[in-house]
Design a protein around this ligand. Structure first.
Ligand SMILES: O=C(O)CCC(=O)C(=O)O
Length: 283
């Protein structure tokens, strides 16, 4: 559970690095599974490996390590403290910045990309490798989540960045940024409106993360808002497979079937050439 102080930090600053650590066995399994994904799906940019929790269970029926991390009770307990008892996992991704070539994530607010209304999500960023300013660790602008609306973004034409909706430079002051430094197995949690980004990885050390995003089931994941919207690529987030992790769908409008078969097939059969050609950018 988050301490009262950690909860207050999240409310005040829009993020927190809790004292929690992933159990070493789970971290080791995640690292092996990340390595496996990177070897198997070489045609997908390593920053963009989507929904690894949709990988098949093992032969004995044990869920894959990504799904086990997403269901890890202490993580769900912390999420419950932030979003309430009705919790939907709506996406996961591996964002791996390889040594030397790992791409920059431009300054942005996740809420600029996402279709749940009311806008709400807590992202859990799990350090698989250490994350530092040298290897492309995240940077946050504390307190930036507090403004009611979103800040102004523009569509960037740069090809060397992971996302393409970038915050206008006059919307924030980079001097206010804090570096999020994490050891493997540590996590950070951040709010949907947090202004954040991360520099390119020019170091000799890989920086891999598993990111899991949870919304309250009081919000509606409104696929119509992103249908046909393509961000950086042909893929869009209209087909995300939603998982109710705890509680009930209070909105009464969320669809928990949509996208599941498509993603299961995608990973069960290996990636088709068409799927390989697609990556995605969701914020
Ligand atoms: O991993 C990164 O560098 C950026 C991740 C991010 O933008 C996010 O989790 O919202």
């Amino acid at each position: 559970m988050l301490t009262a102080q950690e909860q207050a930090h999240y409310r005040e600053h829009g993020y927190v690095i809790p004292s929690f650590r992933l159990p070493p066995e789970l971290l080791a399994e995640l690292r092996r599974a990340v390595d496996g994904m990177l070897t198997s799906y070489t045609d997908v940019p390593p920053e963009d490996l989507a929904n690894p929790h949709m990988l098949p269970a093992d032969a004995a029926g044990l869920p894959n390590p990504f799904m086990r991390a997403a269901r890890h009770e202490p993580i769900l307990n912390m999420i419950e403290q932030i979003v309430g008892p009705d919790i939907i996992l709506w996406i996961s991704r591996i964002l791996c910045k390889p040594a030397v070539t790992g791409r920059e994530v431009p300054w942005h607010q996740d809420g600029e990309y996402w279709p749940m209304r009311p806008l709400a999500t807590c992202s859990v960023w799990v350090a698989i490798d250490e994350a530092t300013p040298e290897n492309g660790g995240m940077r946050f602008i504390p307190g930036s989540h507090k403004r009611e609306g979103l800040y102004r973004h523009h569509k960037s034409e740069r090809k060397d960045i992971v996302l393409n909706l970038e915050l206008d430079a006059d919307q924030f002051n980079e001097r206010d940024a804090v570096d999020i430094v994490l050891e493997p197995g540590q996590i950070s949690l951040h709010d949907v409106k947090m202004i954040h980004g991360s520099p390119a990885n020019k170091s000799g050390k890989r920086r891999a993360a598993l990111i899991m995003r949870y919304m309250p089931a009081t919000s509606h994941y409104d696929r119509a808002l992103v249908a046909g919207r393509t961000f950086n690529s042909a893929f869009n987030i209209a087909n995300q497979p939603l998982w109710l992790m705890r509680g009930v769908d209070r909105s009464g409008k969320n669809d928990f079937q949509h996208g599941h078969a498509q993603w299961r097939e995608r990973y069960a059969g290996g990636l088709t050439p068409a799927a390989k050609a697609q990556s995605f950018s969701e914020g």
